[in-house]
Design a protein around this ligand. Structure first.
Ligand code: NI
Length: 203
């Protein structure tokens, strides 16, 4: 019948609209839950190697190179911090706009005075940061950094100050607003890092 046919068309149209609405809602939900998982970086509050409390806001307006590690690290951390310094040296005067940071993932041993001795070995402008176990855990979480106490030389993981830390090893490159640009994996040549940094320096 004539009326029935129009009713059926209207119903089909309504069903179509509902499907479009559901798909749209599902996509919005999807992006909302995906976005935070993909974001690297975020606010932090830590203590620098001079004993001052600092937050991420202090470094706004400068690009950052951030390395997470610990001062007792026998190999990887010194190698990567040396690579970071060499990359900055190769960049020349443009490097003055880039702030290198070293964030300890071993706050139990890396107090500010200990960090002060350590950062001086690498770069005159390298800032060492440590904090409470909670503050360090929070910044590590924001940057997706893995770290854990490893077995001590005596074999146990409990007690004593003689232990190693397992940790992920990346140099994080952040922009002037604290946004993520890129990571350099361990072993990236200083020249390669310098080339990438150069590509994004204001002329
Ligand atoms: Ni290390």
């Amino acid at each position: 019948m004539f009326v029935n046919r129009y009713l059926r068309l209207a119903l089909l149209g309504l069903v179509g609209l509902v499907i479009v609405a559901v798909v749209a809602w599902w996509q919005v939900q999807g992006t909302r839950t995906m976005a935070p998982a993909a974001r690297i970086g975020g606010p932090f509050q830590l203590t620098d190697h001079t004993g001052q409390t600092v937050t991420d806001a202090k470094f706004r307006g400068r690009q950052l190179l951030i390395y997470f590690g610990y001062t007792y690290c026998p190999d990887v951390c010194p190698t990567e911090l040396a690579a970071m310094t060499q990359a900055l040296d190769r960049l020349g005067p443009a490097a003055d706009k880039i702030q290198p940071l070293f964030i300890s993932i071993d706050p139990e041993r890396d107090n500010p005075s200990h960090l002060a001795d350590f950062v001086g070995l690498f770069h005159p402008r390298l800032v060492g940061l440590t904090g409470t176990a909670e503050q360090v855990a929070a910044v590590a979480r924001a940057y997706r950094v893995y770290y854990a106490k490893a077995a001590s030389k005596e074999g146990g993981t409990t007690g004593g100050k003689d232990y190693l830390m397992d940790h992920s090893s990346f140099i994080y490159w952040m922009d002037e607003e604290g946004g993520f640009i890129a990571v350099f994996s361990a072993g990236t040549a200083p020249d390669a890092i310098a080339e990438r940094l150069k590509s994004r320096q204001p002329q």
